[in-house]
Design a protein around this ligand. Structure first.
Ligand SMILES: C[S@@+](CC[C@H](N)C(=O)[O-])C[C@H]1O[C@@H](n2cnc3c(N)ncnc32)[C@H](O)[C@@H]1O
Length: 289
């Protein structure tokens, strides 16, 4: 594993950036790599890839793929420890995703002082922070928090509650989570207490529950569920969001991105960012209409 945390940034026109991203997707050495692609400057048609290698081999492979696309200019930055995103592959170590540090009971004592620390005991619920979909959501949220505040946040499919707890711990006044799995709701409420987070979790399917509607409209909706329910819930998620509000969606595979994106674009959302980790994708979509 690399000891130097790097961020590799590539900028260029959309076609070049998309082609470079596809080359990263095709490289089997980069199957586990995390990167995002977004439109940086709409007026200039400038797109940007940010990649976060977790080993020297990954860093080399990423730079090699990007170098094959002369239309993008590449910059490599060494990250301060507080910013890097790394997921070690041995055991179940803590996970760093932007400002968030997700850890279990066995990591007590290894907690950094410069992060938002989330203690998550998984039990029977999904969401220790180790899965590519959860990491994608946290990275997307961390980026958005650099520019925006989210007063009211809904987490559909809360699992351990990690996402709503992350919101409550970073200043959201309302952080509500739902799940169709009763044990997850109980575990999420316990995790909220454990983290002294003012987040609440209720047993409900989707968004058509009075307790969920009553707290809306939301500034941000997380939904880390599977692609078919993400498509099925697209209208409900739109209605739950205020105009200009953001949906962070995950649980979909990279290969399902087009289908899920199409459902949201047709409802007036704008795709702001895609984050890839392993075979998984996280999407940042803003309600424009
Ligand atoms: C992949 S886990 C995500 C857990 C956590 N939010 C995270 O990001 O790590 C998906 C969760 O969504 C729940 N779920 C699936 N479909 C749902 C629906 N229609 N409404 C509410 N919860 C749902 C599942 O029970 C599961 O706990």
């Amino acid at each position: 594993m690399s000891h130097t945390a790097l961020q590799i940034i590539a900028r260029g026109p959309r076609a070049d950036a998309e082609a470079a991203a596809e080359a990263i997707d095709r490289d089997i050495l980069l199957e586990g790599a995390t990167y995002s692609i977004l439109e940086e400057d709409e007026d200039r048609g400038l797109w940007r890839i940010d990649a976060f290698p977790t080993s020297d081999e990954e860093a080399e492979a990423l730079q090699a793929r990007l170098a094959e696309h002369p239309g993008v200019t590449v910059k490599v930055e060494v990250l301060a420890d507080a910013d890097w995103l790394a997921m070690s592959l041995s055991g179940l170590p803590p996970v760093r995703a932007g400002r968030f540090f997700v850890y279990g009971a066995h990591d007590q004592g290894r907690v950094p002082s410069n992060a938002v620390n989330l203690k998550i005991d998984a039990g029977a619920a999904f969401g220790t922070g180790h899965h590519g979909t959860t990491v994608g959501c946290l990275v997307a949220f961390d980026e958005l928090l650099k520019r925006e505040r989210f007063e009211r946040v809904l987490d559909v499919g809360c699992g351990t509650g990690v996402l709503a707890i992350a919101a409550a711990r970073t200043g959201s006044r309302v952080a509500l989570g739902t799940d169709i799995d009763k044990p997850s709701v109980r575990i999420a409420n316990e995790n909220a207490k454990l983290n002294r987070a003012d987040a609440r979790f209720v047993y409900a399917s989707g968004l058509n529950d009075q307790r969920v509607r009553g707290e809306g409209p939301y500034d941000l909706v997380f939904a880390n569920i599977l692609a078919p329910p993400l498509v099925a819930l697209s209208q409900d998620i739109k209605e739950a969001l205020r105009l200009g509000g953001v949906a962070i969606l995950s649980g979909l595979l990279r290969t399902q991105e087009r289908r899920v994106t199409a459902a949201y674009l047709s409802r007036g959302f704008h795709l702001e960012r895609r984050i890839h980790r392993d075979a998984w994708s996280a999407l940042v979509l803003r309600r424009m209409g």
